[in-house]
Design a protein around this ligand. Structure first.
Ligand SMILES: NC(=O)c1ccc[n+]([C@@H]2O[C@H](COP(=O)([O-])OP(=O)(O)OC[C@H]3O[C@@H](n4cnc5c(N)ncnc54)[C@H](O)[C@@H]3O)[C@@H](O)[C@H]2O)c1
Length: 375
């Protein structure tokens, strides 16, 4: 589909986003300057800006660069955007499955982000054992490595483990919006348990390594991030809707559309994650997302129809269908909305991108990124 009015290009969107992230993270990237950062799982959706943002910051700042290393086993495919960065002198790409120990020749990293775990429900249900292993075995290897660095007198400055809002399961109505203190309402045997329970145990590992070994380990609980980098074939709700739009067909909702979510544009989320890495309190989890608006999925679909009609003369509508996958909606939470006061108070975190602006930016990006493998 061709845009019917002058819109920014996908490249403009990415450039603006990286500049926004760099500006909002001036102090935190200052702390990472001249340091070695390892991003495990850097080939995924969050990796898109987790990796590009410090590299973009390096290009604009004269001080010592942030050196970024990515470990990934490419289970979700090898992204072309990362191949395009191979020549960056401050990026090292390593094929490594984190269910194996950190390679013996690895440099002494200063900061580690563990983002290696399939996040799309369709794909983690397809790879449940690999998902659990990445969150438990993989995390353990990274924690052991962190302890080894401390013992050898080169202690790490920060470690961020990606947990998830799914650790709350399907909260009871009085626990929406959900603060970090809520303990969760989660199945340990359902089709999503491989993800939810391995993240819960991952957090327990982090808290106890932080306490017992006095290590600077922190945790993020992301709430529904979206935007550039989330490939159109990922099978999360927003790329599914974008795929329908750019295929010129009706938007298919595989539910009754009543479940509610808050959607956090990726720049806001990345700012939150780096703030935790640089300044989070040891052994502490932080909700990262946006606390408003909380919208039913049907409203999200209708907003996309409106935006696509305005910008691309889209004429489709929203239709409901039952998924052929019988587990598609099993244990799917009814409502998801975070309390983000802890991140606001302790880290100065504040999401700034409105849903309408974020959706438009995401659709522009999808208009130029309609091809992605189904990995
Ligand atoms: N995106 C969100 O809204 C969201 C929400 C909650 C939690 N999270 C968490 O954030 C992290 C990143 O999410 P994402 O959306 O980028 O996920 P993603 O599925 O897009 O990417 C995950 C990346 O990890 C890699 N990977 C998986 N197993 C690995 C292993 N054993 N060794 C090395 N690499 C491995 C994959 O190849 C992929 O590049 C995950 O831990 C996820 O659970 C994300």
């Amino acid at each position: 589909m061709i845009a019917n009015r002058r819109l920014p290009t996908a490249e403009d969107i990415v450039t603006e986003d990286l500049s926004d992230i760099g500006t909002r993270l001036a102090a935190e990237f200052g702390r990472l300057s001249g340091k070695k950062l390892l991003v495990v799982g850097g080939g995924g959706f969050l990796g898109y800006y987790l990796v590009q943002a410090p590299l973009a910051w390096n290009r604009l700042n004269k001080g010592p660069a942030i050196d970024v290393t990515v470990y990934d086993n490419w289970i979700r495919g090898t992204p072309s955007w990362l191949n395009g960065l191979r020549m960056d002198p401050h990026l090292t790409l390593v094929t490594h499955d984190i269910t194996n120990p950190v390679p013996s020749g690895a440099p002494d990293f200063d900061f580690i982000i563990h983002a290696a775990s399939i996040a799309s429900p369709v794909y983690y249900r397809k790879h449940p054992i690999e998902t659990m292993d990445a969150n438990v075995k993989g995390l353990r290897h990274l924690l052991e490595y962190t302890l080894k660095l401390k013992k050898s007198g080169k202690p790490l400055s920060g470690f961020l483990f990606y947990s998830t809002s799914e650790i709350y399961g399907d909260p009871t109505p009085e626990n929406i919006p959900t603060p970090e203190t809520y303990r969760g309402h989660v199945s340990c045997t359902g089709p999503r348990a491989c993800y939810d329970e391995s993240k819960r145990y991952g957090e327990t590992l982090c808290v106890n390594f932080a306490r017992q070994c006095d290590l600077p380990i922190t945790m993020a609980r992301p709430f529904n991030n979206y935007g550039p980098g989330l490939k159109i074939s990922d099978r999360r709700v927003l790329p599914d809707f974008a795929r329908d739009v750019f295929a010129g067909r009706d938007i298919v909702m595989l539910s009754d559309g009543s479940a509610t979510r808050t959607f956090c544009y990726i720049t806001d989320a990345i700012v939150g994650y780096y703030k935790i890495l640089a300044n989070g309190r040891k052994g502490e989890p932080y909700n990262i997302g946006t606390d408003r608006p909380e919208v039913p999925i049907v409203q999200l679909a209708e907003s996309i129809v409106k935006l696509a009609a305005k910008n691309w003369d889209y004429t489709g509508r929203v239709v409901k269908q039952i998924s052929a996958d019988k587990d598609y909606l099993v244990d799917n939470p009814n409502c998801r909305c975070p309390v983000i006061d802890k991140a606001r108070r302790e880290l100065g975190y504040e999401p700034t991108v409105s849903l309408e602006n974020g959706l438009e930016r995401a659709l522009i990006w999808y208009s130029a990124n309609q091809c992605a493998g189904d990995a």
